[in-house]
Design a protein around this ligand. Sequence first.
Ligand SMILES: *Cc1c(COP(=O)(O)O)cnc(C)c1O
Length: 231
Amino acid sequence: MIGHIQFQENLRLIRQRIEQACIEAGRDPQAVELLPVTKNHPVDAVCFAAEAGLTAVGENRVQEAQEKKAEDSGGLRWELIGHLQSNKVKDAVAVFDRIQSVDSMKLLQRIDRLSGELGQTMPILLQCNSGEDPRKYGFLAPQIAEAMESALQAEHLRLEGLMTIAPLDEDPDSARRAFRALRILRGELEERFAHPLPVLSMGMTGDLEAAIAEGSTQIRVGTALYGNRDV
Ligand SMILES: *Cc1c(COP(=O)(O)O)cnc(C)c1O
């Protein structure tokens, strides 16, 4: 795990990349949120983010988030970005402030029900497999309208947008195509349901420029901020 000085330097470089990508895309850098991804790193990673004034962190496992959240009382928002198993939903709705990785109808309904039992409303994103990568979770484009309809009807969910992970692919254009597909899908869904989907969570360390060019409003960055994860 890197130290504090290195983190600040990495953060500076990431902000430069965001700014440059926004300039090239003719976008306002304020419109792109940086979500530091602290998974597989010690709680220090969370503390560094909080000290730097970042307001949220991304984790991909429920138990890891519970442990770190118990140590850090920094008032951050905790976002789940990894696949969620049915038997972990109860703990997930208790620990996370938003679930980005809603990738099946079953999961959507379960999050709704268990959030209701806790007397809360859970903000969610629908994860879309917009690159149609068979190794990735997420709704395929034909299923997403049905998922959106359910999410809008659910009493204890607040649908805020869409999330995708680009395919693992050698072809540098495939990420950009997946991001563009998500942006177009977002526009179609907004029109069809007359409901805004302001959040487009897309782009990571290796493909954030392509994501920003295609309209990302939140990039999820781990490696470029914290170095390699030792897993
Ligand atoms: C790990 C992870 C990231 C961060 O990836 P980096 O390449 O380390 O920036 C982003 N999104 C999701 C869903 C992840 O699981």
